[in-house]
Design a protein around this ligand. Structure first.
Ligand code: IPM
Ligand code: MG
Length: 356
């Protein structure tokens, strides 16, 4: 098959990890005689430096014309002045919104070889296999009004958390469909005891649940969920929640797997075009050192192959290759424990290509 893939390496470790992911995609294409055409564009801080805009027209245009978009990371201390008028993250939010990718799929799985890299006891993490479905184009990230102003002589800021039934229904549906192909359980997370938007969320989620009598369903409050993810993470299958709760809980859950550097994600909408990114950020502290873990981005390419290109066999091969490399004992610095020698970013990428 022929596919157009737009690459947005972005900032910090983004370019380093995207480089390794491209090696993997290139190897897959060669093995299966596919033609993947890569177009690299600027997004985030680097785009602000070069053009003043974190998502230049030309970048968005290329993304809209492609079959899939692979993003590294955006942001960093250089652009994080709280008073800055333009921010790298605005580019990412605009990209998600413009692509219409409202469902962010974030799987949290523990690779057998990494069970002891988790800060939780191995017996607690053994059976963990959760898929987070985070609403990605609504909620408090996008609600208007938003801004800062002086109120009674005091510096103030405000955001708006708003969801309508259409936005809730379509993302909760994604969660139920996923659960049908898995262990058949959906957990919806909200803060319905305090927030009006969460009460609408819960009401609509119940209506959707009624259409899937074969799926077990529960509501959990977000504060309780934060606790359950630590003391009984093995109990969850598909977890669906709003934009901000999903942002926070998926970082928490990533620790179950041992490292934020392991978790991929796919942002999907109505069509096949998807936005794929590791859930970790730009990690400015280690950028340029060549030691970042490229596995989250490599695993994101597996999701890309599966969900945007329909290449299930190729996707599984990439995932198997990653498992094999880990089982053979190779670790990047974030995963290496006392005494283990770490491989660098490029070596890890090469090992996965070799295992393919
Ligand atoms: C994520 C990140 C982003 C988010 C930032 C970089 C805007 O934390 O993808 O989880 O909050 O969505
Ligand atoms: Mg986040």
């Amino acid at each position: 098959m022929e596919a157009k893939i737009t690459l947005l390496p972005g900032d910090g470790i983004g370019p380093e990890v995207v480089n390794e992911a491209v090696k993997v995609l290139t190897a897959v294409a060669a093995q299966h005689t596919h033609t993947f055409t890569f177009t690299e564009k600027m997004a985030g801080g680097i785009a602000i430096d070069e053009t003043g805009d974190p998502l230049p027209e030309d970048t968005l245009g290329a993304c809209l014309e492609s079959d899939a978009v692979l993003l590294g990371a955006v942001g960093g201390p250089k652009w994080s002045d709280p008073k800055a008028a333009v921010r790298p993250e605005q580019g990412l939010l605009k990209l998600r919104k413009s692509l219409g990718v409202f469902a962010n799929i974030r799987p949290v799985k523990v690779f057998a070889a990494l069970a002891d890299a988790s800060p939780l006891r191995p017996e607690r993490v053994q059976n963990v296999d959760i898929v987070f479905v985070r609403e990605l184009t609504g909620g408090i990230y996008f609600g208007q009004p938003q801004g800062r102003e002086m109120v009674d002589g005091l510096r103030s800021g405000h955001d708006t958390m708003r969801y309508n039934e259409m936005e809730i229904k379509r993302v909760v549906n994604v969660a139920f469909k996923l659960a049908q192909g898995r262990r058949g359980k959906v957990t919806s997370v909200d803060k319905a005891n305090v927030l009006a938007s969460s009460r609408v969320w819960r009401e609509v989620a119940h209506e959707v649940a009624a259409e899937y009598p074969d799926i077990e369903y529960e509501d959990v409050l977000v504060d309780a969920m934060a606790m359950y993810l630590v003391n009984r993470p093995g109990d969850f299958d598909v977890v669906v929640t709003g934009n901000m709760f999903g942002d926070i809980l998926s970082d928490e859950a990533s620790m179950i797997s041992g490292s934020l550097g392991m978790l991929p994600s796919a942002a999907l909408g109505e069509g096949m075009l998807g936005l794929y990114e590791p859930i970790h950020g730009s990690a400015p502290d280690i950028a340029g050192k060549g030691i970042a873990n490229p596995l989250a981005t490599i695993l994101s390419t597996a999701m890309l192959l599966r969900s945007s290109l329909g290449l299930e066999e190729e996707a599984s091969k990439v995932e198997t290759a990653v498992s094999q490399v880990l089982a053979a004992g190779y670790r990047t610095a974030d995963l290496a424990r006392g005494g283990e020698t770490a491989v660098n970013t490029q070596e890890m990428g090469d090992l996965v290509v070799k295992a393919l």
